[in-house]
Design a protein. Structure first.
Length: 132
């Protein structure tokens, strides 16, 4: 669809059409335009900022309601969940921490797995519920 001019992004397993909304985005047109065709999950949940020295933004419930209005599809079976044990934690910024985790979804260490992200969806008795 992107090849025919639609501006789409992924948020978790949701496909969003940002074509009309990008002009209304409080964070500006650039952030959405620059990420068209990409997964914006890490930005939406405040894990990263697009610029050095800028604090990552955590979106509100209102932002989530807007996201819900932009959904045009869902990726089928694209995510997996499991319980993972946290082996260590290191704070990267106020909003972001790096975890060393162990669980069935954790890939072997290789260059192919650099940049893979996991969403912590719940705290469990033995660790965390994570989604890849």
């Amino acid at each position: 669809m992107i090849s025919i001019g639609r501006e789409l992004v992924l948020l978790e397993d949701l496909v969003l059409d940002i074509g009309a909304y990008k002009y209304e985005h409080p964070g500006g047109l650039f952030s959405l335009q620059h990420n068209s065709g990409r997964d914006v999950t890490k930005y939406f949940h405040g894990g990263y900022a697009m610029e050095e020295g800028v604090t990552p933004h955590q979106h509100s419930g209102v932002a989530r309601a807007i996201v819900n209005s932009l959904i045009i599809g869902r990726l089928g079976n694209s995510t997996q969940s499991c319980e993972a044990k946290v082996l260590s934690k290191r704070d990267v910024t106020v909003n972001t921490s790096a975890f060393l985790i162990d669980g069935p979804l954790v890939p072997e260490i290789s260059l192919d797995n650099i940049g893979k992200s996991y969403l912590v969806t719940a705290k469990t008795e033995n660790g965390f519920e994570i989604t890849r």
